[in-house]
Design a protein around this ligand. Structure first.
Ligand SMILES: [Zn+2]
Length: 254
């Protein structure tokens, strides 16, 4: 309501794009808002030298949630198969999308690895296993700087702890402020942790506050989360902890 009233910026569904050379891009989750996101991001738009092409080479999926996967269908009009990196579980859950895309560009599935694997000439990445999802850690091969991207993290296991410690940039699950956030809106709604999202208030805030990453940021923020409201008590706590709140169109050079 605040966004519709013009009090805060409107936000699209969470998605990121990464590139090592500004030419070939990979999406991290493909949201249902992808068409609009491409329109707002010149680097992701087809180049003028060919009528049908896209700088988007592939997609890395953190899980099979619809807000992460529906955008795959919007990439169907390609000349070449779409490369999709995922776990076996995510691939199996998205078999229906695979069947649909077979009649269009097709998908070239690639299994994510827990060891660093090359994504492009200058970028390597690895998957960190979490219950019901993965986080992704990227490394710039020339500077050795690394980024952790965890849009759906239900808890903090040792592997995720270590990845946060060794990353210069941390983009972390900011879906919910507190565990029972949705119960205020809908009786019987599931809790944040039941939906595979560690809440900020008694979950990730302290942990991220103490992380030594150069930049820390909440992403994947639900429209019930009070950190979206400027001047809110909750947003002030996040800012005091040195954590930024991501916004549409944000660009970060690693
Ligand atoms: Zn999501």
């Amino acid at each position: 309501m605040a966004a519709r009233a013009g009090k805060i910026p409107q936000q699209m569904q969470s998605s990121l794009a990464i590139s090592g050379d500004d030419e070939r891009w990979f999406l991290i989750n493909a949201s249902p808002d992808l068409a609009q996101q491409i329109e707002r991001t010149p680097a992701l738009q087809p180049r003028p030298n060919s009528p049908r092409n896209s700088p988007i080479v592939g997609v890395l999926l953190t899980n099979a949630d619809l807000d992460h996967a529906l955008g795959l269908l919007l990439l169907r009009q390609r000349e070449t198969p779409l490369i999709v990196y995922a776990t076996d579980e995510t691939r199996a859950a998205l078999d229906w999308i695979n069947m649909v895309l077979k009649r269009f560009c097709g998908v070239e599935w690639r299994l994510v690895s827990r060891d660093f694997d090359s994504l492009s000439k200058s970028v390597a990445f690895r998957a960190i296993s979490l219950p019901k999802s993965i986080a992704l850690q990227f490394r710039d091969q020339s500077s050795n700087a690394s980024a952790l991207i965890a849009p759906a993290a239900g808890n903090l296991n040792d592997e995720l702890h270590d990845a946060v410690k060794t990353s210069d940039l941390v983009l972390f699950d900011g879906t919910f402020w507190k565990d029972d956030e949705l119960l205020a809106f809908r009786p019987g709604a599931r809790r944040a942790r039941e939906m595979n999202h560690l809440p900020i208030a008694d979950g990730s805030l302290d942990f991220l506050r103490h992380s030594s990453a150069r930049r820390k940021m909440y992403i994947h923020i639900n429209n019930t989360n009070p950190i979206l409201m400027p001047g809110s008590f909750e947003r002030a706590q996040v800012e005091r902890a040195g954590i930024e709140i991501a916004r549409d169109g944000l660009e970060i050079a690693l």
